[in-house]
Ligand binder design. Sequence first.
Ligand code: MRU
Length: 317
Amino acid sequence: MGRGDLEPEQIVRLEEDGPAVVLLDQRRLPEEVVDLRCATAAEVAEAIRDLAVRGAPAIGIAAAYGLALAALRGDDLAEAERVLAGSRPTAVNLPWALAQMGEEPTPERARALHEEEVERCRRMAAHAAELFQRGTRALTHCNAGGLATGGYGSAVGALRAAAERGLLERVLVDETRPLLQGARLTAWELERADIPHAVIADSAAGALMARGEVDLVVTGADRIAANGDTANKIGTYSLAVLAAHHQIPFYVVAPTSTLDRVTPDGAGIPIEERDPAELTSRFPARNPAFDVTPAALIAAIVTEEGVHRPPYEDSLA
Ligand code: MRU
């Protein structure tokens, strides 16, 4: 696969001939660019749990295709929905997308949902580009690129849009321990987009901010509560605290499908705890996959509807 934008159907698609949900296996990037075929909804759920497909909007899109796959096969839809919904707990896009599929989970409906998510990304990226100025040096965490949204990207979409407008000097990419979504996936996407970037150890972010090398921080989100508290990849909260200390704006870019208006604040967001063996099998370990950044640390939340400023109870309502 060459450089340039990944087409949405290269990231995840439904093949009716088979049938199967086919997705770019993100566990194997950047070394290998290979597809994973999922023949049942349970296999799609397994691919989501195992991070073959990951990132909040992409998880929702894959689940929508998984439900359409179950319908094509004539499988028990309630069971398929249960298995898909239980695959990962934090990204609200997963239950949102399953609910969007309604009573008739057709391939057309899943494809429309996928297209709409990518379109939302393009719109929010255009809004987010307004937050950049000529020569901006940005820092991002995890992967909120096309791989994470089914195409174009949220935070990485913002970086793309800023770069297209000549506003972006370069991007520092947190490696994002323990599974290296930044060092493996974001760096790969930025390389394909010809955006200057450098991977850094997560623990280097504070020192580089102190040296004046970061103008803004931009990340995606897995779930945004009604008050603006935002769950995202573990390490995001630490970055937001560092950004506040250095008076650097911290921005979240996410589609409205990531808003959870039913959950009043971050305390109600379920945080996935993953297998400690992802860190070490030798010693006891804790492995929370997400954290919650309090709304007070977020300078703006950008959705496809525009740039939302605090108080988020009002601006996101
Ligand atoms: O565990 P992951 O890789 O699914 O975590 C992904 C993130 O935390 C992303 O930043 C988030 O889903 C936003 S993706 C547009």
